[in-house]
Ligand binder design. Structure first.
Ligand SMILES: [Mg+2]
Length: 165
């Protein structure tokens, strides 16, 4: 059965249940079941595929082996690579700000900024791999430490042990 995602779909499910199971279920039960399915959290299979930092790190380790197994870039190379990508993102930001101010000069797009920020994330992961850092717990620890230091209530959940790449 397809999980309803709108009130109309829940209503359709309710009517369907009533039609198909009217003899076994009361109207109230049918409606309650349809409502519960509408407001229940989606099952894991229904959720959109996500990406954890640990998944990303594992994928980069795997791809690195495929890409150049005999040539492992060192931390100096990876650090320069990260700096280069930060610079590319900053250059796009500069052009976006130039446009916002209405100043003369070349323009850029938010889509291009998204691409460059993606490069920054990938290069940060590659630095972590090269330095032997398990990045996901480091990112969570840093985020939670900042929340705690500033008296904020938003914290990230700590991942289950045994998930490190
Ligand atoms: Mg780039």
């Amino acid at each position: 059965m397809t999980r309803p995602t709108t009130a109309d779909e829940a209503w359709g499910l309710f009517n369907s249940r009533l039609f198909n199971h009217g003899k076994e279920e009361t109207m109230r039960n049918s409606f309650n079941i349809a409502l519960a399915e509408l407001f229940s959290p989606p099952a894991p299979a229904d959720r959109e595929a996500g990406l954890s930092i640990a998944d990303l790190q594992r994928a980069h380790v795997e791809r690195q082996e495929e890409w150049c197994p005999d040539q492992k870039p060192d931390l100096s190379f990876r650090g320069n690579e990260l700096g280069g990508e930060c610079g590319e993102a900053q250059n796009v930001i500069k052009k976006l700000e130039r446009e916002r101010h209405g100043w003369r000069g070349s323009r850029d797009t938010v889509e291009h900024l998204a691409e460059e920020l993606g490069d920054v994330i990938h290069c940060a992961v590659l630095c972590a791999i090269t330095a032997g850092i398990d990045l996901e717990p480091a990112v969570i620890s840093k985020f939670n430490g900042t929340s705690e230091k500033n008296g904020l209530s938003t914290f990230l959940a700590t991942p289950a042990k045994g998930c490190a790449p």
